[in-house]
Ligand binder design. Structure first.
Ligand code: ATP
Ligand code: MG
Length: 433
């Protein structure tokens, strides 16, 4: 019996890692080009952190959290998202008082969902959180950052939806209106929505049940109830986006599945990934820091699903190969292998940006060269007993029809050769080092 992974949790094999790493690196570079700094957080937090921040009547807290008792009988939870932990870290470490923080983090999240394409139980997010910023300028910048990512990654079919959830007071009025409206249509609601009718009626708008679509469509919309401050915030955000030439649709039904949001919420959606179309979602959470025990600090952030980003990228782009070795070193047994060890260590020292794979596990020249070819290396260096006597090694291009040549095996000889070799940028890699 082969051992299996836990349902919804995937191994990320080397063949896909090249794409993952490249995309992560590009996203990282882009967010850092806007002045964000990395923060790394624990994967486990106290359960109450998520209960208090995400809210009790949400899908995540009701049925998706991986919650356990530790050996000390404390309830701990594998993080289902990163905002709560980032805010917690800001308070724990005194990062927020009278300060502005632009933070990013990346890593696995855990939700006990029904696994399907684009929806897993362990998945990965890239998160940005900006804390200590009140105005809509930062909301706009966060969205512009996404637009830049799509541009750099050449992803075209992503559309932006935005909405405003107002402040606490205006939402309370809207809430009442929603309860009145949905109560008048009780016969259409499903059990889930009935359960939320009084505790969290906004979440009914977020329902994925197609039978509710028509009743949701006619429901009152938050934008009609916005307080003047939230309205100004929203109008300014739209002005910034218009000026930056970023297209969006106002979706009055966009409420987001977590309780902590207020004012701006947004989602980047694609139709290319089937039902799992939300690639990047975010919004403002001005009340969360205070709710978790810090001083009132306005904040806004987004989370991007890396699996969905990778899938979208792969629709219109080649998979990015894992870096192959530049040089595969083939040796005879005995003295030649000693020389192989010595030479490859020297080369790694002098060309830190090149990758050298010294043949391990012996084998005939023929089988070693087969491995060299399979490794996709650009060159093989061949160290045979014969050549050793003359202090020479074979230098064999593997990706062109050029002939094998003999070069001096002293480090300088190989150096001279490698540092003047322009084939496939070996020279540039040398210069970078
Ligand atoms: P969905 O509506 O698809 O359930 P969500 O609103 O629950 O998404 P968020 O909590 O906003 O998602 O998380 C941000 C992003 O993380 C999503 O836009 C999506 O790209 C990704 N994501 C969320 N849940 C999963 C999952 N189970 N598997 C893979 N990616 C996910
Ligand atoms: Mg969800």
């Amino acid at each position: 019996m082969k051992p299996k992974t836990i349902r919804g949790m995937n191994d990320l094999l080397p063949e896909i890692i090249g794409t993952w790493r490249s995309l992560e690196k590009i996203v990282m570079q882009i967010v850092e080009s806007y002045g964000f700094s990395e923060i790394r957080l624990p994967i486990i937090e106290r359960t109450e952190l998520f209960q208090r921040s995400i809210g009790a009547d949400t899908d995540i807290v009701e049925k998706e959290m991986y919650t356990f008792k530790d050996r000390n009988d404390e309830s701990i939870t594998l993080r289902p998202e990163a905002t709560a932990s980032t805010v917690r870290a800001g308070i724990t470490n005194g990062l927020l008082h009278n300060q502005q923080q632009k933070l990013w983090t990346m890593g696995p999240m855990f939700r006990y969902e029904k696994p399907q394409k684009g929806r897993y139980r362990q998945f990965h997010q890239f998160n940005v959180e900006a804390m200590g910023y009140e105005g809509p300028d930062i909301d706009a910048e966060l969205i512009m950052m996404c637009a830049r990512m799509w541009k750099v990654l050449n992803l075209k079919n992503l559309r932006l939806e935005i909405n405003s959830l107002g402040n606490q007071d205006s939402r309370a009025i809207y809430r009442k209106e929603l309860i009145t409206y949905f109560s008048a249509h009780k016969e259409i609601l499903d059990q889930n929505s009935l359960d939320r009718l009084h505790s969290n009626p906004l979440r009914i708008l977020d329902s994925k049940n197609p039978e509710l679509l028509s009743v949701i469509k006619e429901a009152p919309i938050m934008l009609d109830y916005l307080d003047s401050e939230s309205k100004k915030h929203f109008d300014l955000l739209r002005e910034y986006l218009d000026n930056a030439n970023i297209k969006y649709k106002i979706n009055p039904r966009l409420v987001r599945g977590l309780d902590y949001y207020n004012k701006t919420v947004f989602e980047w959606i694609t139709d290319d990934l089937g039902a799992q179309g939300a690639v990047c979602s975010g919004g403002r959470y001005d009340g969360l820091v205070e709710k978790l025990g810090g001083r009132a600090t306005p904040a806004v952030g987004w989370a991007m699903g890396i699996e969905r980003l990778v899938s979208l990228y792969e629709i219109s782009n080649e998979r990015i190969a894992n870096p192959a070795p530049h040089i595969y070193i083939v040796t005879d047994e005995g003295k030649a292998l000693h020389k192989g060890f010595e030479l490859s260590e020297e080369l790694r020292e002098s060309f830190p940006s090149l990758r050298f794979k010294l043949n391990m596990g012996g084998g005939s020249f023929k089988s070693q060269l087969k491995r060299a070819d399979k490794s996709l290396a650009i060159y093989a260096i061949i160290i045979g007993e014969e050549e050793m006597k003359n202090n020479r090694v074979g230098f064999k291009p593997l990706r062109s029809n050029e002939d094998q040549i003999d070069i001096f095996s002293d480090t300088e000889g190989i150096h001279r050769h490698l540092s003047t070799d322009k084939t496939l940028d070996v020279f540039n890699a040398f210069r970078e080092a």
